[in-house]
Ligand binder design. Structure first.
Ligand SMILES: Cc1ncc(COP(=O)(O)O)c(C=O)c1O
Length: 300
């Protein structure tokens, strides 16, 4: 790896200090950097300069983005909205969209109100969010703990693509979520890094945990962190909100886990695809939270 790139990655990692978000990164995750001293950095510097000689977006003489008329005609919207849509956007997503999604998370999850969480990072829907999470947190050979009734694409994402292995636990016992089986799966192998993936409402069973089960699951995860493990909880909230029965937990477990423990990193993976019935949009988000997280003052 080029030394400059290693330095950039190390500088970013040092911003995280020794918190759980750094400790649980995979080797690949630790090598990731934002090449802000390269082309993207030059583009940022050029913003607002008298002459922008960088490539990326082509503009008309009046400063509006250059658009093919046939494409523009497809949008019946005010010009300023069309222009905003055509402009180049940061790789981690449009600032306004990220802010809006964060506001919606707080609105839809009462348990998240007054709790700090990261700005959501935009992905190409849930599948990409899952894949990015696997890349960030799993080394080849690492284990992901998942209930044994799970969406079959997890095999492709976690095992085939990233070389991790899936360890399942019993999903149901006597018609309820088998919280004890989750606890036993976490116990196996003693303390260490534990990556757990939970998906409610669940595909393929359609099951969503009750309020009691939601609290019990979070207690079990918190206890594991308290005993000294670093716990990453990936919450696949693809079907968030599709909950109608009384007594069923209507919020994301993210609200209960976001501030649970300094050794527990809660990672919410969601998006409007199914939540807002816009299947073709293929937009998703990854949002992070842990107890003690603070706003990062970037050193690099
Ligand atoms: C549990 C679960 N997670 C993730 C996805 C993928 O969602 P997306 O289409 O937003 O990538 C699906 C799609 O069926 C799913 O059932």
């Amino acid at each position: 790896m080029n030394n400059t790139y290693t330095e950039l990655a190390n500088a970013l990692n040092s911003n995280l200090g020794s918190c759980v978000a750094f400790r649980v990164l995979s080797e690949r995750g630790k090598k990731i950097y934002f090449p802000h001293k390269g082309i993207l950095g030059q583009s940022a510097e050029a913003k607002g300069a008298e002459i922008n000689a960088t490539i990326g977006t082509a503009f008309e003489d009046d400063g509006t983005p250059l658009m093919l008329q046939i494409v523009k005609n497809a949008f019946a919207m005010p010009d300023h909205i069309i222009h905003a849509g055509f402009l180049y956007q940061p790789s981690f997503g449009k600032a306004l969209l990220r802010k809006k999604w964060a506001e919606m998370l707080s609105k839809k999850n009462k348990n998240l109100q007054n709790i700090k969480f990261s700005e959501p990072v935009v992905t190409a829907a849930l599948t990409h969010a899952l894949s990015v999470s696997a890349g960030l947190f799993l080394n080849p050979g690492d284990t992901v703990i998942i209930p044994d009734l799970y969406w079959d694409n997890y095999d492709l994402i976690f095992c085939e693509t990233y070389g991790a292995q899936i360890k399942t636990f019993n999903t149901f016992k006597n018609g309820s979520f088998d919280v004890a089986a989750l606890a036993a799966a976490l116990e196996e192998g003693g303390n260490g890094k534990k990556v757990v993936l939970l998906n409610f409402p669940n595909n393929p069973t359609g099951y969503t945990v009750t309020e009691t089960e939601a609290n019990e699951i979070c207690e079990v995860l918190k206890a594991c962190a308290q005993k000294g493990s670093d716990v990453v909880v990936l919450l696949d909230d693809a079907y968030f909100g599709l909950v109608y029965e009384h007594g069923i937990y209507k919020e994301s477990l993210f609200g209960l886990l976001a501030n649970a423990h300094e050794n527990l990193l809660a990672v919410k993976l969601d998006g409007p695809t199914k939540e807002d019935y816009v299947w073709g949009f293929r937009i998703g988000f990854i949002t992070f939270a842990f107890h003690g997280a603070s706003v990062l003052q970037l050193k690099a």
